[in-house]
Design a protein around this ligand. Structure first.
Ligand code: WTA
Length: 661
């Protein structure tokens, strides 16, 4: 375990606050304590039962085929349409007038409520339009959009015609978009002229134009670009490629018959950072994924028919996929979809929305909670948040103080907080309290949910005793598990399954601890992946971006503790000889370069120009030591360094005032 984790472990030992589930919630809970036993006794039977939440065009004949691990097949022989399950069946059940989406644009007053019947029309139109543009089952469609209803409609339209989508976060650069377009060979891109963020219109279409050109340079041609007019900004237009949404979609027929696809038909590819520079395209398929998303959303949020749900994630991340689109819509919820930032036009915007729509279930990230804590409780206190009944947290470990503040100030001490641990790869929540069953401990994700088997193990894969830490693994396959890395089965095996190969465990890349009661505390990554504001970034990816700058010879990136963002990107850079001292603006220049190469979220908080990097005799960069420097700690044990004077060199370079931004 790293030193960072040891420190967290020590802090956890002091945490003994505990919150019992409210009695009325327990009394009417969707899942009760017996579900744990039932699932443990007959895991596959349990998952067969959960699959009945969906409508199957053809029933499955086998729950799980695990004869060729780690390649799983769930719900073998079953056929279904994901969009039908998320939309049409609710209309057929007489719930067409129920609001599916309360859209709230960032400009105040820009709202639109869409019922399930209207959503069915919109999705059908988009499915017809995509088909007319030449998209067929199996073709990939990239989505690069703001948080507007058309983004959700596009995802569902793709699912409806069996064309796997890949949503690329709108904050990513054209380079990042281009590499994803090329990797999954996207035929069509759906985008918008722009969206509203922080009080102004930001553009998206120009990045698509650039990315299309860059992808062409890599040998891949994007055939069509479908563009929503959101802001009315001027956009460059190529008639042979670009198509307006209002022409193609709004003019299309509202009738479309969904085709049933095999349970293992690819639903989407979501790119995420790994320990190498190249992002991994995580592949999710239809049946198992939808069962996982729907079941967990219902169980963990104790979903009831009259709930108003709001998840603040962006659809560019997996949380937006599982807990804005597929889980909630499969469950027929009414939810809020908000386009903008929490503080636009002013700091209480989120709380205004909760008050206005009577939000009952709220799901957000610790980084947001910490920023609200800093602003002070007067802001939420000035709003009526009494509609809230359950609060969720996801994306990074939630520190106990943020948990308690969230529960106390936002939840009025009534609401359980569910700290949900999962990953892009797991597709759905794996570890979380059940709000009507499990007591909450601030900072603990508690237990694997019924149907999921997780363990904390040592290097050899043995379960650690209570009170100890180790590696977090999933010991049995689960329906919403990733099926592979797009186009790279070998990397899939190596990344997730090789570490505990003999035992057949999935290695999550996180460290965790079991407390005296056996409850789980996830401590964060044990590999070279950082978590900045709940977003995964790879150290290597940012290092490659830095080294692509002509003045840079070598770079090492670490994630250093940050009060606001959890971790922050800190870069140590050696300049090329011919670059001299790099010039006065070298730090700003390098930060800008990373921003351009990857996107604003990857911009280093600090760039430190150093003469050397600490390396082991085998040449591996000792990030642990750099983290000490970045976190202003006494530098730890340097005995394994090839040249132990390096750290002195780095420190003296820094005190000469050259490094910090
Ligand atoms: C971290 C986001 C602690 C973890 C859904 C994981 C968490 C990575 C939690 C996945 C949590 C997510 N407690 N850590 N409740 N939730 N993480 O793929 O390190 O963007 O491996 O999925 O976020 O990030 P990803």
């Amino acid at each position: 375990m790293s030193e960072k984790n040891d420190e967290t472990l020590a802090n956890l030992l002091k945490e003994d606050r505990r919150f019992e589930p409210p009695a009325d919630l327990t009394e009417h809970a969707n899942l009760t304590a017996d579900a744990y036993d039932a699932a443990a006794k007959d895991r596959e039977g349990f998952w067969a039962e959960q699959a009945q939440r969906l409508t199957w065009a053809e029933p499955f004949t086998q729950v799980l085929d695990w004869t060729d691990p780690p390649f799983a097949k769930w719900y073998v022989g079953g056929r279904l349409n994901a969009a039908y399950n998320c939309v049409d069946r609710h209309v057929e059940a007489g719930r067409g007038d129920k609001v599916a989406i309360h859209f709230v644009g960032e400009p105040v007053g820009d709202t639109r409520s869409i019922t399930y019947a209207e959503l069915q029309d919109l999705v059908s139109q988009a499915a017809n339009a995509l088909t007319d543009m030449g998209v067929a089952a199996g073709d990939r469609v990239a989505i690069y959009m703001p948080m507007i209803p058309q983004a959700v409609v596009t995802m569902l339209a793709c699912a409806r015609i069996g064309a796997p989508h890949t949503v690329v976060f709108g904050g990513f650069s054209s380079d990042a978009l281009a590499s994803r377009l090329e990797d999954c060979q996207a035929k069509v891109v759906v985008t918008s002229d722009g969206g509203y963020r922080r009080g102004s219109a930001s553009s998206l279409k120009p990045a698509v134009d650039e990315a299309r050109e860059k992808a062409a340079g890599l040998g891949h041609t994007v055939e069509k670009v479908l563009v929503v007019r959101r802001t009315g900004q001027d956009v460059a237009w190529d008639d042979s490629v670009d198509v307006w949404w209002h022409d193609a979609v709004e003019g299309a027929s509202t009738s479309h018959t969904p085709e049933a696809f095999d349970a293992e038909h690819p639903l989407y590819v979501m790119y995420t950072s790994g320990t190498t520079g190249k992002p991994k395209g995580i592949l999710h398929t239809t049946g198992g994924y939808l069962v996982g998303a729907s079941y967990t959303h219902w169980a963990v949020f104790d979903l009831k028919d009259d709930d108003v749900y709001w998840c603040t994630a962006d659809i560019g991340w997996v949380t937006g996929h599982s807990y804005i689109v597929y889980g909630p819509l499969a469950n027929g919820v009414t939810q809020v979809l908000y386009e903008g930032t929490p503080d636009s036009p002013e700091r209480g915007r989120w709380w205004d929305i909760i008050e206005q729509y009577g939000v009952t279930l709220f799901y957000t990230a610790p980084t947001a909670i910490r920023s609200f804590m800093k602003q002070g409780r007067e802001i939420p206190d000035a709003r009526d948040l009494s509609s809230l009944r359950i609060l969720g947290s996801v994306g990074e470990p939630i520190n106990p103080e943020a948990y308690v503040w969230y529960r106390h100030v936002i939840g009025g001490d009534r609401t359980p907080v569910v700290d949900t641990w999962w990953q892009t790869e797991t597709g759905a929540i794996m570890i979380s309290p059940l709000p009507g069953v499990t007591a909450g401990k601030p900072g603990s994700a508690m237990n694997p949910i019924p149907g999921v088997s997780a363990e904390v193990v040592d290097e050899e894969g043995n379960a650690v005793p209570n009170g100890s830490g180790g590696y977090l693994v999933l010991t049995e396959p689960w329906p919403s598990m990733l099926r592979t890395i797009w186009g790279d089965d070998q990397r899939f095996k190596e990344t997730y399954w090789s570490r505990f190969e003999k035992l057949g465990f999935y290695f999550a890349g996180d460290g965790a601890k079991k407390d005296a009661d056996g409850d789980l505390w996830v401590l964060g990554r044990v590999d070279d992946v950082m978590n900045v504001s709940g977003h995964r970034l790879s150290t290597t990816e940012i290092e490659s971006a830095l080294v692509s700058h002509p003045k840079v010879a070598e770079a090492a990136v670490v994630g250093a503790k940050d009060e606001d963002t959890g971790q922050a990107v800190c870069a140590f850079v050696i300049l090329r000889d011919e670059a001299g001292d790099g010039g006065d603006d070298i730090v700003a220049e390098l930060r800008k370069h990373v921003r351009k190469e990857i996107g604003p979220i990857a911009t280093p908080r600090q760039v430190m120009i150093v003469p050397e990097l600490p390396k082991t005799r085998s040449g591996k960069i000792m990030r642990r030591l750099l983290r000490d420097v970045a976190e202003n700690r006494e530098v730890g044990d340097v005995t394994t360094l090839a040249d132990s004077s390096v750290m002195d060199l780095i420190s003296s370079g820094l005190t000469s005032g050259k490094g910090e931004d």
